[in-house]
Design a protein around this ligand. Structure first.
Ligand SMILES: [Zn+2]
Length: 71
């Protein structure tokens, strides 16, 4: 069985567009950045490329997240 629908999302760090399934989803809960491995957690999520450079920036620069979530 094949799933036909694979929406695109933009990486919050570099802005690259990629399929949702190729990106890492993050949510912010109580001020903490959590990785949503299953892409099922509640809350406002943001997506990031599955690359070391983008992932490092997510963890170093929380401000990117603050902006993304309008905090
Ligand atoms: Zn990226």
């Amino acid at each position: 069985m094949k799933r036909g629908h694979n929406p695109e999302r933009s990486c919050k760090v570099c802005g690259r567009k990629a399929f949702k399934s190729d990106l890492i989803r993050f949510i912010v809960k109580q001020g903490k950045v959590l990785t949503d491995n299953q892409q099922v957690l509640d809350g406002r999520g943001a997506y990031c490329c599955n690359t070391t450079s983008c992932l490092e920036k997510i963890h170093k620069k929380r401000k990117i997240f603050s902006r993304a979530f309008g905090l």
